[in-house]
Design a protein around this ligand. Structure first.
Ligand SMILES: [Zn+2]
Length: 330
């Protein structure tokens, strides 16, 4: 099923069998047709407003500019390179400069001699990216986050080293050799609705402490060990808002690489409107009809109106699709 959500339109074949072949991977690393992205501290390298994609070919970029190929190749050799996948037999890699400090990265950019090259924050520059590229970078960011948080073996504390283009890490201790695989944290996110006997249905939205004031979003939370997704929805709504829910139904899912979550979206039905809020999580919460939500502003709007979550988020999809359904049926 085609998923129009941001980060869900992956164009690459992850080539999970081919990447186990060291010879194949090495040939792709050296191939003129391979593409390289550059990542550093939550940011990707851009040339002006375009994502910078490097290839070893003579015309070494897709932007019509000339760059210092030997210098970029040297950085690729010295950085932590992960294989992302293939498209039309061309391989895509991401180079993480995680082990370089600010001064080293600035010096590298200076040496490249092109002041239009700069690292831009991933989420803030999302609007510059096509959906398929955003999906690829989201995957790259989550993979690198896992690698950087698994530099040492969780069993014995010795260093790990990458295998399969960065998709597996193995403990370097001969007695341990524990293998580590990429982690994704499942989180449930749910639109809670209440259907009164008369009058329009309403949905529960909250101002979270982690988002700017006056942004009203759905409830969400991480899945606990030993818990089903439906149980997580029920528990989170009860903990955060003091509401019992039934009829928990799956709507959609979205990878959310901040840092490495998988958001699993639901709709659930409340048995009452009496709220008892968890102050640590929520600044405020209230029930809103679809008509009321039509008056809300977009995320980032510079006015005093209440605002909806980011357009890229599954929270927004849950709210928008619920609103659409209410307005159609009323
Ligand atoms: Zn170990």
């Amino acid at each position: 099923m085609e998923n129009a959500l941001t980060f869900c339109q992956m164009p690459l074949d992850r080539a999970s069998t081919l990447r186990k072949d060291k010879t194949w991977l090495q040939a792709k690393l050296q191939s003129d047709s391979s593409h390289f992205y550059f990542y550093w501290c939550g940011r990707f390298l851009y040339f002006e407003q375009e994502l910078f994609v490097f290839t070893q070919a003579e015309h070494n970029n897709v932007l019509g500019e000339s760059f210092n190929t030997p210098l970029i190749s040297l950085v690729i050799e010295q950085s932590s390179v992960s294989f992302l996948g293939t498209k039309h037999e061309q391989a895509y890699f991401v180079c993480s400069l995680a082990f370089n400090d600010d001064a080293e990265v600035e010096q590298w950019l200076l040496t490249l001699g092109n002041s239009a090259l700069k690292f831009l924050d991933f989420i803030r520059s999302l609007t510059l990216l096509k959906p398929k590229v955003a999906a690829t970078l989201s995957y790259a960011k989550a993979l690198i986050h896992w690698q950087q948080s698994t530099l040492f073996c969780g069993c014995c504390g010795n260093k790990t080293q990458p295998l399969e283009g960065g998709h597996r890490l193995i403990c370097t201790d001969d007695d341990c050799q524990k293998e580590h695989f990429p982690r994704t944290d499942p989180a449930v996110i749910m639109l809670v609705e209440y259907k009164p006997k008369t009058g329009p249905a309403v949905c529960l939205l909250a101002e979270h402490h982690r988002t700017p004031e006056k942004v009203f979003s759905t409830l969400a939370g991480f899945v606990d060990p030993g818990e089903s997704l439906q149980e997580a929805v029920t528990r989170e709504v009860l903990e955060e808002a003091g509401i019992n829910v039934t009829n928990v139904s799956f709507i959609d899912s979205q990878p959310w690489p901040f840092p490495n979550s998988l958001m699993i979206g639901f709709i659930a039905e409340a048995d009452s409107m009496t709220l008892c809020l968890e102050d640590e999580e929520l600044r405020s919460a209230d029930w809103f009809s679809a008509e009321q939500l039509l008056t809300f502003a977009d995320w980032g709007a510079e006015n005093d109106l209440p605002k909806l979550p980011r357009k890229e988020s599954i929270a927004r999809l849950l709210i928008d699709s619920w609103c659409k359904k209410q307005l159609e049926t009323n």
